[in-house]
Design a protein around this ligand. Structure first.
Ligand SMILES: NC(=O)c1ccc[n+]([C@@H]2O[C@H](COP(=O)([O-])OP(=O)(O)OC[C@H]3O[C@@H](n4cnc5c(N)ncnc54)[C@H](O)[C@@H]3O)[C@@H](O)[C@H]2O)c1
Length: 256
């Protein structure tokens, strides 16, 4: 699929990886609809991206809100060609803390609801909109890119909930691709390594440097631009489907 003239919905699109993808798609001649809970971030993203961007407040945990914003997003430019599911949270907690406190079950469920259930909910609604597109080359009607993490494969201490949510995205990639093949929609997942985004903003430089050292080569943190580059490659390459691509400079995460 060509970026130029395309319309993309991007969850978590006002920050980090989602915003990086939005910038690249707009630069390439596409239009974007950003869905996020962060209103202030939405306003500054719109300023940055210009007239081919829209922003709707949406908590992906809320099924009514998702139904509503996908309908509004589809109405903006009359179609949706691309979906990037980048909304996510990454809180860390041990199953049993050093002082014996158990992992908070509400926190566990909240991570799954945002990262996994929310992503699936947006996917099913957007796929239904994509099904109405005129088919392009090979009968293609849409491309969906979900954001997993290398924590799906090598979750670290404290990442039980996060890894479960991202593992769910990895496991869902092939069946989603198989389910949506009938309407000409491809589904891919990207599993980023350690990316320099607001998710890491609170971390001291020392920690960022040591995390960057886990990347084998190049030995630097990944960037939203690196992520956006891969989103573009996935959108443009019609044979990429049903697969998870690690974007991690060869990193394999240690236990902590
Ligand atoms: N930064 C990394 O190192 C890294 C590594 C692997 C995977 N990821 C994944 O990449 C994705 C993007 O992360 P990022 O690093 O850009 O972080 P980020 O915090 O910059 O962006 C995440 C966005 O998701 C939004 N969001 C959170 N909860 C939401 C909800 N309930 N409904 C709607 N929007 C919500 C936030 O407001 C934010 O704008 C996440 O899924 C994250 O798990 C990040």
């Amino acid at each position: 699929m060509e970026i130029s003239g395309s319309v993309a919905v991007i969850t978590g699109g006002v920050s980090g990886l989602g915003l990086g993808a939005a910038s690249r798609l707009v630069t390439g001649g596409g239009s974007v609809v950003l869905l996020d809970i962060d209103q202030r971030g939405g306003s500054s993203a719109l300023e940055k991206l210009g007239e081919r961007a829209r922003f709707f407040v949406c908590d992906v945990r809320d099924p009514d809100a998702v139904t509503d914003v996908v309908t509004r997003a589809a109405a903006e430019w009359g179609k949706i060609d691309i979906l990037v599911n980048a909304a996510g949270v990454a809180p860390a907690q041990r199953v049993i803390s050093r002082d014996g406190e158990l992992f908070d079950l509400d926190l566990f469920q909240s991570v799954i609801r945002i990262n996994l259930v929310g992503m699936f909910d947006v996917t099913r609604h957007v796929a239904a909109v994509m099904a109405r597109n005129e088919p392009g080359a090979d009968g293609e009607r849409g491309v969906i890119v979900n954001v997993a993490s290398i924590a799906a494969f090598e979750g670290q201490v404290g990442q039980a909930a996060y890894s479960a949510s991202k593992g769910g995205i990895v496991g869902m990639t092939l069946p989603l691709a198989r389910d949506l093949a009938g309407i000409g929609v491809r589904v891919m997942a990207i599993a980023p390594g350690i990316m320099d985004t607001p998710l890491l903003a609170g971390a001291p430089q020392e920690l960022k440097d040591s995390l960057a050292g886990l990347h084998v080569f190049p030995r630097r943190l990944g960037s939203p631009a690196d992520f956006a580059h891969l989103v573009q490659a996935i959108v443009e390459n019609p044979l990429l489907n049903g697969e998870v691509i690690r974007l991690d400079a060869g990193a394999r995460m240690p236990p902590r």
